[in-house]
Write a new protein. Structure first.
Length: 208
């Protein structure tokens, strides 16, 4: 099976959905590692319960983002991770990981990108008054929630929706979509090589 690492910062409900899909036989991958920048986060407890190895770190203890990413990269390489799955990992990814995993790193985001990137996507969709929002899975480049889009699902916003009620609609969609997309990558029905050559010429140039 494809060897993946999941990166998360918080509650880890998407991490749990991936674990559950593997357990249920709907997703044929091996979760080699959870990477977490918040040692106290709930996702760490979830990983321990699932028997997934955990690598935590404190960004403040490093001189730069590149420095902690270099340590993460060593962990990923030691475990021969083939696909990096960002699932609520609330940090910018630098060139250290983008270049090592270009075309092999994906993210899930709670809006229809390119609308509402960043950490307040659900609130911003409400504030803007859009009537449809959704979920996006995309390849990770050096930008904030940017990079070639792999899959999207739409969700209607109702008149009386709040940030909480809209989040409650978005989460189950994410939990269904992300394992499906990862499985499509694992079985080759999403061809990441194709995306690599059809978008982002600057990235391709950078990668030689
Ligand atoms: C998810 O909704 C994910 O889409 C979002 O964080 C949440 C994490 O929830 N990611 C972003 O906003 C990325 N910019 P979880 O910890 O319960 O999986």
């Amino acid at each position: 099976p494809l060897r993946i690492a999941v990166f998360a910062s918080g509650s880890g409900s998407n991490f749990q959905a991936i674990v559950n899909a593997v357990t249920a036989g709907r997703l044929d991958v091996r979760i080699e590692l959870l990477v977490c920048d918040k040692p106290q986060a709930q996702v760490v407890t979830r990983a321990e319960a699932a028997g997934v190895p955990v690598y935590t770190f404190k960004p403040k203890e490093y001189p730069s983002r590149e420095a902690y990413e270099q340590d993460i990269l060593e962990q990923l390489q030691a475990k021969r991770v083939e696909l990096v799955v960002l699932a609520g990992y609330m940090r910018i990814i630098t060139d250290v990981l983008v270049q090592a995993y270009w075309g092999r790193m994906i993210n899930i985001h709670p809006s229809l990108l390119p609308s509402f990137p960043g950490i307040h996507a659900v609130r911003q969709a409400l504030e803007h008054g859009v009537k449809i929002t959704g979920v996006t899975v995309h390849l990770v480049d050096g930008g904030l929630d940017s990079g070639p889009i792999l899959a999207q699902r739409a969700i209607n916003i109702e008149r009386n929706d709040t940030e909480a009620s809209l989040s409650d609609k978005i989460h189950p969609i994410e939990h269904q979509l992300y394992p499906e997309v990862i499985q499509s990558i694992a079985d080759g029905s999403i061809d990441l090589t194709w995306n690599q050559w059809n978008h982002h010429e600057s990235q391709i140039t950078k990668m030689g």
